[in-house]
Design a protein around this ligand. Structure first.
Ligand SMILES: NC(=O)c1ccc[n+]([C@@H]2O[C@H](COP(=O)([O-])OP(=O)(O)OC[C@H]3O[C@@H](n4cnc5c(N)ncnc54)[C@H](O)[C@@H]3O)[C@@H](O)[C@H]2O)c1
Length: 259
């Protein structure tokens, strides 16, 4: 681990109560940052606060609601007067075949994984702009490049995050703000507990991953912190795949398990 790249820095992490967001928060604090952790899961946030100590500021916020996002990111301004790094990791999805999917499930997923990234980037960048710049990392997914059977809103939303990241990078470079995306493959978090806990489904995924294992959340936190650090000071607008080689072999079709 590189020591203290984030000494004295202030970060916002969304989805901080669990999985990738929790791992990013822990890694930032280990390298000296103070972290405002946003999530809708208040109990989960309190658990993280107990583990991470005073450097973690648990902040209940709904990333699909602009007033809530503005207030949550405002905590960084009120407490610390600045924002150096932001990681937009909150997310979940509802699945269904294109011919069956409900409009409400499409809207839920797109709001949560795509609109939220716009809302968070908007308010994070406003604060960064006023305090000299910073770096934003959006957690997209390999699904942005590889379609998932039954996952049209998720794949579409995550692909949108990649293009939004490029637009934001283009506009914000003049304000010394870099914006990049991470595209994780399969990561062992509560989000994919159903897959990881059902051996036949898990095996179908692992068969697609040349490295043969799911990532730990820490294996996603590492590249995410790299993109936000000075080590990546000339990198903006990229989408970095972190997938153990999975992109090379497409998605498994879990529908075959039902047949
Ligand atoms: N786990 C994987 O295999 C995987 C793969 C690719 C991409 N991702 C993406 O990584 C990100 C993090 O996922 P994870 O695997 O850590 O999942 P997770 O379920 O462990 O964590 C997601 C967090 O987001 C929070 N959240 C959900 N809705 C919210 C809302 N409206 N406002 C604020 N917070 C909200 C949840 O409470 C939870 O704490 C997501 O964007 C996910 O799509 C995950």
């Amino acid at each position: 681990m590189n020591a203290n790249r984030f000494d004295g820095k202030v970060a916002v992490v969304t989805g901080a109560a669990s999985g990738i967001g929790a791992a990013i928060s822990a890694a930032l604090i280990a390298e000296g940052a103070q972290v405002v952790g946003l999530d809708i899961d208040e109990a989960g946030l309190q658990k993280r606060a107990a583990e991470l100590g005073e450097a973690f500021v648990p902040t209940v916020a709904d990333v699909t609601d602009e007033a809530s996002v503005e207030a949550g990111i405002g905590v960084a301004a009120e407490r610390f007067g600045r924002l150096d790094a932001a990681f937009n990791a909150a997310g979940a999805s509802r699945i269904g075949a294109v011919t069956d999917l409900l409009e409400a499930d499409w809207d839920f997923t797109i709001d949560l994984i795509q609109k939220s990234v716009f809302l968070c980037t908007k308010h994070e960048a406003r604060l960064m702009k006023s305090t000299g710049g910073g770096a934003i990392v959006n957690i997209s997914s390999l699904d942005a490049r590889v379609p998932m059977p039954g996952g049209s809103p998720y794949s579409t939303g995550k692909a949108g995050v990649v293009m939004f990241t490029k637009n934001a990078a283009l506009e914000l470079a003049q304000h010394r703000i870099r914006v990049n995306a991470i595209l994780p493959g399969l990561v062992d978090t509560p989000l994919v507990a159903a897959v990881m806990g059902y051996e036949p489904a898990k095996q179908m995924f692992l068969d697609r991953i040349p490295m043969g294992v799911a990532a730990t959340p820490e294996q996603i936190a590492g590249p995410s912190l790299f993109l936000a650090s000075e080590d990546a000071s000339y990198i903006t607008g990229i989408d970095m795949v972190v997938d153990g080689g999975w992109e090379l072999s497409n998605f498994p079709n879990l529908a075959k398990l039902a047949g």
